[in-house]
Design a protein around this ligand. Structure first.
Ligand SMILES: Cc1cc2c(cc1C)N(C[C@H](O)[C@H](O)[C@H](O)COP(=O)(O)O)c1[nH]c(=O)[nH]c(=O)c1N2
Length: 247
C-alpha cells in the first residue's frame, strides 16, 4: 500500500497530461457524442462491450463514494413495448404543453428509440446507498442524482468511442416505468437509455439540425467573478475554441 497517487499503466508519470493523440481522442468523444433517436441498427451489443460501458459508468464520481446507481438491462421486446406505450401517453401530454405554433414541430420530432434499439438501460439512483448520512450530501439533497448523471455521461462517452449510440428518454411517467421494471418505490429513476449500434451520428445536436433550438455561445454562460460579469479576455479564447477540431 502507498499513499502516493497510482502510477498510470499507460506509460505516463503521475500527473502527466495524456499524450497528444489520447487527449484529442477524449475531446473527440466529447464533441461527437450525440443523442440518438432514429439511427439504431438491430445488431446486438455483445456482453463484453456492454460490460465496458457499464464499467465506464461505474467509474464515475459519486458523492461520498456512495455509487448510488443501478442499471436495469432491458432486452425483451415485450417489456420495451410496455415502455413505449408509457412514452406515447407522456408524449401526447407533453405536446399539449407547448404553444400551438411549436406543437406541430414538436410532434414531428422523433424523441425515442425504445423498440428500434436492441437494448435499453434504465439507470436509477438510491438516495440511501451511502447510509443515513453521506459525506458531501448533507446540504445538497440531490447529490445522489448528480452522481448518477455523471455515471450516465461516462457511459454515453464510452459508447460514442465504441460506435454505439445512446438516446436518453425522459418523456415517461417514472412511477409507471418503475412498476413495469419492478423497481422499488424509494429508488429514483434517472435515465432511460436506448442503446445500439448506429448507421451514423449527426455532426450537430439533432434538435439544432431540425431547427428546434441552437447551442448557446459559451462566452455568454461564463461569468467573471460574479454572476452577469462577462469573462473578457477569456471570452475571446472561448469563442476561438473548437472542441471538434481540438484546436
Ligand atoms: C436529462 C436529459 C433528458 C433527455 C435528453 C438529454 C438529457 C441530458 N435528451 C437528449 C437531448 O435532447 C440532447 O442531449 C440535446 O438535444 C443535445 O444533443 P446531443 O446530445 O449533443 O446530440 C432527450 N432526447 C429525446 O429525444 N427525448 C428525450 O426524452 C430526451 N430527454
Amino acid at each position: 500500500m502507498t499513499d502516493q497517487p497510482a502510477a498510470s499503466d499507460h506509460g505516463l508519470q503521475p500527473g502527466d497530461p495524456f499524450a497528444e493523440a489520447d487527449r484529442r481522442a477524449v475531446y473527440r468523444a466529447i464533441a461527437t457524442r450525440r443523442d440518438v433517436r432514429a439511427e439504431f441498427l438491430p445488431d446486438p451489443i455483445d456482453d463484453a462491450t456492454l460490460a465496458r460501458l457499464l464499467s465506464a459508468a461505474h467509474h464515475a464520481p459519486s458523492v461520498g463514494l456512495s455509487q448510488p446507481w443501478d442499471f436495469v438491462i432491458v432486452r425483451s421486446l415485450e417489456t420495451r413495448r410496455r415502455i413505449v406505450d408509457i412514452f406515447r401517453e407522456a408524449n401526447e401530454e407533453a405536446a399539449a404543453l407547448f404553444p400551438a405554433e411549436k406543437r406541430s414541430q414538436y410532434r414531428a420530432l422523433k424523441l425515442e428509440g425504445i423498440t428500434s434499439a436492441p437494448l435499453n438501460i434504465c439507470v436509477t439512483s438510491d438516495p440511501e446507498r451511502g447510509g443515513p448520512v453521506v459525506l458531501g450530501a448533507t446540504h445538497m439533497r440531490d447529490t445522489d442524482l448528480f452522481s448518477t448523471v455523471c455515471a450516465i455521461q461516462n457511459l454515453w462517452l464510452a459508447a460514442r468511442a465504441e460506435g454505439i449510440g445512446i438516446g436518453w428518454v425522459s418523456i415517461l411517467d417514472p412511477a409507471r416505468v418503475k412498476a413495469a421494471l419492478g423497481i422499488p418505490d424509494r429508488i429514483r429513476l434517472v435515465g432511460y437509455l436506448c442503446v445500439g449500434r448506429v448507421s451514423g451520428f449527426f455532426d450537430r445536436p439533432e434538435l439544432e439540425q431540425r431547427g428546434w433550438r441552437r447551442r448557446t455561445p459559451l462566452a455568454a454562460l461564463v461569468h467573471d467573478e460574479a454572476w452577469g460579469a462577462s469573462a473578457d479576455p477569456l471570452s475571446q479564447a472561448l469563442e476561438r475554441t473548437n472542441l471538434a477540431s481540438n484546436s
